[in-house]
Design a protein. Structure first.
Length: 187
């Protein structure tokens, strides 16, 4: 059992008899009344989202999950294929379980996976990932009236808004939680 103060993003808990992943957590302490945590849970079996409120001091059932570092191999239209670099066992994961689908999957990159009853239930992406720009329009002189950005396409097909000084062929860091440009990558 875990206290509500110990809740964290990516935690696997039991809710209504089924495993759920904690997607978002918001702690609220009002002037009057008791503090509470408003959480968004995703069912591992159905993929449906549920909003739940836990009062401060309540207990939740944390499930025993194992985590493993897995190496991305390739993906098709429905699944991604990973390999355990220590045992060389391969695992097939539905793209629905991976945040962003194939947007942040790079060959030979390592990802942390959570297993419950030997089944992949969650794929954790790195906070920031470096991707190469394959298509970037040229900046237009004088096009700086507002927040001067342009839309580029990176090697995985993801479209991202970046500052005007970013050029085709450069590597950029993208925040995987917000899907936004973070900075230029050191090459």
């Amino acid at each position: 059992m875990a206290a509500t103060s110990e809740l964290y993003r990516g935690m696997i808990i039991e809710f209504n008899g089924e495993p759920h992943i904690l997607i978002e957590k918001e702690f609220r302490a009002m002037g009057k009344g008791s503090a509470f945590n408003r959480v968004k849970l995703k069912s591992i079996k159905t993929g449906k989202f549920v909003n739940q409120v836990y009062k401060s001091g309540e207990k939740v059932e944390e499930l025993e999950v194992s985590t493993r570092n897995m190496q991305f191999l390739y993906a098709d239209s429905e699944n991604a294929y990973f390999m355990n670099p220590e045992t060389f066992d391969q695992v097939t994961v539905s793209l629905d379980l991976i945040p962003g689908g194939t947007d942040y999957l790079q060959p030979d990159a390592k990802y942390v996976m959570s297993f419950y009853n030997d089944e992949v239930i969650y794929v954790q992406l790195p906070g920031k990932i470096a991707l190469k720009i394959i298509e970037a329009p040229d900046a237009v002189r004088g096009d700086t009236a507002n927040n001067a950005t342009k839309e580029v396409t990176v090697e995985t097909g993801l479209k991202v808004k970046v500052p005007l000084f970013i050029k085709n062929g450069e590597k950029i860091l993208i925040n995987t939680e917000t899907n936004e440009y973070y900075s230029k990558a050191n090459e």
